[in-house]
Design a protein around this ligand. Sequence first.
Ligand code: PEP
Ligand code: MG
Length: 758
Amino acid sequence: MALAAAASAREILTRLHDVMAKRLAAQSKLNAVVDIIGTALDSEVCSIYLLREGVLELFATRGLSQDAVHVTKLALGEGLVGTIAANVETLNLAEAATHPDFAYRPETGEDRFHSFAGVPIIRRERAVGVLAVQHVEPRRYADVEIEALQTVAMVLSELIANAGLIDAAGAASTRPQATGAVRTHGFKLVDGMAQGLAVFHQPRITIEHTVAEDIEAERHRVYAAFDKMREQIERMASQAEFGVGGEHDEVLQTYKMFAYDEGWSRRINEAIDSGLTAEAAIERVQQRTRQRMREIDDPLLRDRMHDLEDLSNRLLRIVSGQLGTAAQLGLRQDSILIARNLGPAELLEYDRRRLKGVILEEGSLTAHVTIVARAMGVPVLGRVRNVRQIIAEGDMLLLDVGEESLLVRPTNAMQEAFSAKLALSQKRRAAFAQLKDQPPETKDGHRLTLMVNAGLRDDVSALDLTGADGIGLFRTEFQFLVSATLPQREAQRRLYKDVLDVAGDRPVTFRTVDIGGDKALPYLNHDEEGNEENPAMGWRALRLALDRDGLMKAQARALLDAAAGRTLNIMFPMVSEPWEFEEARALFEAQRAWLGSRGRKLPTDIRYGAMLEVPALAEVLDLLLPRLDFLSIGTNDLTQFLFAADRAHPKLALRYDWLSPSILRFVKRVADQAHAAGVPVGVCGEMGGRPLEAMALIGLGIDRLSITPAAVGPVKAMIRSLDRSAIQAMMEAELAAPRLPLRETLSAWAAEHGVELA
Ligand code: PEP
Ligand code: MG
């Protein structure tokens, strides 16, 4: 059966190939095509409908009245042909007229024909036309015939595209969900507005040639690509270079299962037998799987399908030699990047001048990719569903994260409204920029300390732009993330020195590397102790740095050298017990002594601080505080550990609120204890960068915040409109007897007291 199908499809393909190679007008080619297919399938009618200006137009037919050509037109979703295109599905009917979507068109003279089969002609996952056959005799077409039709439709899509019979705009507006402008929603990860063309992080391959010249050669190409893909997956499994968070193991297992799936490779082989090139065969099998999956309504299977899509795309990229992510190919214009999820290092590969926004199918507020994007000033909308169904590569997108909205292929009116709003928000941003020389002082005269978080060399410019008091958290691991290999000590020293030079008198707090968790480095083997089930609670940050002290020693020397003649502020991440802090400090002191003994110039002073991110540390703070020069509360990790909720888990992104009594009481207890011991305490998590949350923190007695640069303006505006003693009284009352939800209580209080919340 399969053999016969392959033989007949191959025969048709060979003839189509000849037609395509001829110097004929496009219309004559289509006329020849319907004849070839009709004859080969022994079908009385064979017609081609193509999408033009949003409607399906009969372009060529054998068997229907020639008067209907370019006259019969069907809207998407109208009649059988319109239904096929709209749903990108195949129909195979013994009695066409009994189908609920049947629409009779008298000019075609089709009333004699009973049976009907039609397949979509697909380009870039969307229907650009329909290929249909009809018979007088009422019978369903055999599976082999349908298979042959689908294969032929693939080749037709190449012919049609090459002949310029469909335009890109037509192709982009095929599915009903994707017709014209579409508005969809997501979840606010990094606020902002952006406009640009859609770019998929994993680009889809456009297949240029569908008909094979040499079947054996195509077969070999596919074999080689399979080998390479399996190799890549094995490497991913051993290197932990892949994915984000704890999900990656499961995904890898699924990848492995598909990569070694005999059925998949066999079906691709069969498609090659029918005369397709390796690329077309992979795509053909993928189309078929997509169709099957659409018929099975199982969310679990649909997730699996996503993985198979990824893998099929990977195979296509290998076979076509179009390797790499969109970052490696380079962004050519203002772009909005679309991905299922991204690692922070992957995001950093993009050209910051052209990357205007990011859309993630997953994503959460405190995942490091979000923090990196925030640092880059790139708006991010997370948890956007069905992106592949509604967005095609190159579509114009308008992203308004504040509204949690995404407009795909906007109309002119939408575009105008967006531009007007964008201009307004730029004006507001300019107004915030005006605040840069104003102190972050409350209405009742308390001067707070407002600093920025940074991690990349360019971030340091934020100091001048925002007028911040210094850098409260310099995430040194970002340099490690952007680098393909472990940064050498000298490269580290240069970065730290540059940062200190730009900062001048303003203090900079360097946090020692916080790698591991969702910041895995491909060149560092994190798997010494086997695969980590819970990387966020695993061998990361200070734990890893103390065990691999070569890494930390090199960093200590780089920092000590860079800060020669100035004050060096060092902070250790993820301190869980006081001895870890002691050991880290001792390591720095030993390096200082060593450099000193060699006559090297040293920092005038070293101040050592700890991050409070692990709740256990709060219980032994009395033991640690006397040793500390300062304490910084990392609310991102702290929240995930307090609530036992993975900070990168998309399903938990909305579940717990920073403005919950448990977090606020916890922070208050720590702040009070630190103040009593005379140790400066601040907050450096994302929480502090949100005006309402920052207001609550100030109410708890926090007077030092280190936040993302874009938040300095809005937070400063809030501070300058706030009465500190009033919010402190308010918070005291609310912590004692919270009126839930606190977010609402606090928002209402802010509105009542004229507190400016952006
Ligand atoms: C935190 O955990 O709050 C923090 C500031 O560190 P990071 O986000 O880099 O883990
Ligand atoms: Mg942290």
